[in-house]
Design a protein around this ligand. Structure first.
Ligand SMILES: NC(=O)C1=CN([C@@H]2O[C@H](COP(=O)(O)OP(=O)(O)OC[C@H]3O[C@@H](n4cnc5c(N)ncnc54)[C@H](OP(=O)(O)O)[C@@H]3O)[C@@H](O)[C@H]2O)C=CC1
Ligand SMILES: C=C(/C=C/[C@@H](C)[C@H]1CC[C@H]2C3=CC=C4C[C@@H](O)CC[C@]4(C)[C@H]3CC[C@]12C)C(C)C
Length: 616
């Protein structure tokens, strides 16, 4: 996505940007943008559409907030983004692309040999660690390079780094077993560029190009195909892990390491170091036939429209005739949504007369979420999107967060002239944001996902409206499997007895309610307490058998963390595989705030680990 199409314009932009001209031309426009507020929620209020059908859901009125310097800093951040972040991002994307090409030029055999050598180096490094002198182990990936929102404070305190940066090769694409064997730093852009031309894809291709196999397995990964295949980690058939004692083991669901196999997802690299994973491939076609269907009503109606878009009411959830290959819904405001469902289509079908082909990946095309929104005006429509461009459809505008970072980047003139420079790399945005903007994002912004049982989506939407008033909201279903052991996240006990829409006897259907944007109160200049809102969201999740992905900033206490996630299998594997005292604990990694010397020492003393986990 980030590649070839965008290179055409490089020389033009390097010579033609006149910083002074851009600043003087754009500043008045931006001031207008900010003062008027442009979120759909705000617009609905302004137009007097204060959601009459849901008066009981009115978000609370809040006192006005006085602007401080950081508001202006965030406001004018686009200057740094345009002149520093975008050009460097583009260069880095290009260099990464060259690295991928170099990797692909090697034979699988050569890559495997290099892999074996690199594994030996990791084992050697791990064995060099002196427990009484060195800190606990984590990867050497810099905190700002990781895609998540956490501050990764454990890497800013005493720790022992293991460098995995050489592990960025696709080791094998086995068309017979339908397996891709990847090193942990293989990213989504890289794997889709290689596999899609073969009419193959990972069963779950997470959206942003920079997301890595290691991060998606040890954290969490989802896409519009997760209602069929589950989360990213559910598509993995084998993990190759280096344990605390330097042993390299291969864990599968039915070998002697099956407990480890089930414990790895969500463990954040606290059981061992992942050096390779075998991931399920699926056959695909060249195009995605996408249907955009508008839905209007109150939030419960929108939720029902979303359910009906992919979950047959007769419970026939495994019938490919009734269930689309891809699903997502965008809730644009409390009364309007667009449900999208996709089916793979061959190029012969897509190119038939009368069909509309939309190559959404071209740099000048409207941003995907805005394009989808046009269904609210023009009604239901269908189009064919090249499959790889569809997979990465939200990448160019960072979902819709790009609108706040570069408010004019969705305009036609920007897209045509500079769109090929998009997106700014998340890592560079993080590297240049400074403490003030980072804190601003915690206090005045929401970037959270609520994983909730499908039948609770309506309740979750009403909760978000009341407490955060963030729009658009992203809805993406995912299966949560009933496994032979209880993993960190698990379906509601006895869910199968209810035979609810979307559920099967072997998996409960969940939904990622993705809440990313500036909340309504912030856009209106009212007071908003981001940390308190997140705390309430976490309590709501605990009460409703929901989960919060750990890439997001969390306010959970240790006790509540282990009320949300199940500790049993995780703690069992920590002890059995010697991780206690070598790797950090998952709560220590997820906990917000700088680690004090005392905390670091406590974490290093194995016996003090996760008392609540054991109690639960
Ligand atoms: N569509 C989607 O699904 C999206 C997902 N995300 C989130 O982004 C995160 C992925 O970001 P990314 O930058 O790729 O990953 P990160 O570098 O953020 O890694 C996430 C966690 O996985 C651990 N980890 C990564 N690689 C290894 C390894 N080889 N061995 C052991 N532990 C490892 C890291 O440990 P350590 O701290 O030691 O480095 C860290 O705790 C996901 O967790 C996901 O929640 C974000 C956007 C979209
Ligand atoms: C979880 C999903 C998607 C999440 C994305 C919307 C967010 C993931 C990481 C987020 C970001 C990281 C760091 C940032 C730096 C800040 O200075 C600005 C914001 C941001 C770019 C931020 C923006 C949102 C994310 C990309 C899936 C499951 C949909």
């Amino acid at each position: 996505m980030t590649n070839c199409k965008f290179f055409i314009f490089t020389p033009f932009v390097c010579c033609s940007i006149n910083p002074f001209l851009v600043i003087t031309t754009l500043t008045p426009h931006l001031l207008r943008f900010r003062s008027s507020g442009s979120s759909p929620a705000f617009l609905s209020r302004r137009k007097g559409l204060s959601f009459p059908i849901m008066s009981d859901l009115q978000a609370p009125l809040r006192p006005k907030r006085k602007k401080i310097w950081v508001d202006y800093f965030v406001h004018f951040r686009w200057i740094i983004v345009i002149f520093v972040v975008l050009p460097i991002s583009f260069t880095l994307y290009f260099l990464t692309y060259l690295g991928d090409v170099r990797s692909e030029s090697k034979s699988f055999k050569q890559r495997q040999e290099e892999h074996n050598e690199n594994v030996k180096k990791v084992i050697k490094r791990l064995k060099e660690r002196n427990p009484s002198r060195d800190g606990l182990v984590c990867t050497a990936r810099k905190p700002w390079i990781a895609v998540g929102m956490r501050n990764v404070d454990y890497k800013r305190a005493r720790h022992f780094e293991v460098d995995l940066s050489a592990f960025r090769n696709i080791l094998d694409i086995d068309k017979e077993r339908m397996i891709a064997r990847c090193e942990p730093l293989v990213n989504m852009g890289q794997i889709s560029r290689v596999s899609v031309p073969m009419n193959l894809a990972l069963a779950v291709v997470a959206e942003l190009d920079d997301l890595t196999v290691g991060g998606l397995i040890n954290g969490y990964g989802i896409e519009g195909s997760s209602h069929i295949y589950g989360l990213f980690s559910d598509t993995v058939v084998a993990y190759e892990i280096i344990l605390a004692d330097g042993r390299l083991v291969r864990a599968t669901k039915d070998n002697e390491y099956s407990d480890l196999f089930y414990a790895i997802p969500w463990s954040q690299g606290t059981l061992g170091l992942l050096v390779a994973a075998e991931i399920k491939l699926i056959p695909i076609k060249e195009y995605m036939k996408l249907t955009y269907k508008p839905v209007v009503g109150n939030l419960k109606d929108l939720a029902q429209g979303y359910l009906d878009s992919f979950a047959p009411r007769d419970g026939d959830q495994d019938n490919p005739e009734k269930v689309p290959d891809f699903v997502e819904t965008m809730i644009y405001n409390p009364t309007e949504a667009v449900c999208m469902t996709g089916r793979y289509a061959s190029k012969e079908e897509a190119k038939k007369k009368g069909n509309v082909i939309n190559s959404v990946g071209w740099w000048y095309k409207p941003w995907f979420y805005q394009h989808a929104q046009t269904a609210l005006k023009k009604g239901e429509f269908v189009e064919y999107i090249p499959t790889r461009e569809y997979y990465h459809r939200h990448t160019r505008c960072l979902y819709w967060e790009g609108k706040l970072i570069l408010p004019f980047a969705d305009q036609w003139w920007f897209r045509f002239l500079f769109g090929w420079l998009m997106p700014p790399k998340v890592s560079l945005l993080k590297a240049t944001q400074g403490e003030a903007i980072r804190n601003y994002y915690h206090e005045m912004h929401v970037i959270q996902d609520m994983l909730v049982p499908l039948y609770k989506v309506g309740d979750a939407l009403e909760w978000v409206h009341h407490e955060m008033e963030v729009y658009p909201i992203w809805l993406c279903p995912h299966r949560l499997y009933k496994l032979p052991v209880k993993t960190m996240i698990y379906p509601e006990p006895g869910f199968e007895l209810h035979r609810r829409q979307g559920d099967t006897h072997y998996a409960q259907m969940y939904t990622d309610v993705g809440v990313y944007y500036a909340p309504g109160p912030v856009l209106r200049g009212e007071q908003f307490d981001g940390a308190e809102a997140v705390r309430r969201m976490e309590n709501w999740l605990i009460e409703n058998h929901g989960f919060q992905p750990q890439y997001a900033v969390s306010e959970l206490t240790e006790k509540n963390f282990w009320r949300m996630f199940d500790a049993g299998l995780y703690e069992h594997c920590r002890k059995k595989y010697g991780a206690v005292g070598t790797f950090m604990s998952v709560y220590y990694k997820c906990k917000k705030g700088k680690k004090t010397e005392k905390e670091v020492q406590e974490a290093e003393q194995a016996q003090l680990e996760t008392p609540y986990a054991e109690a639960d």
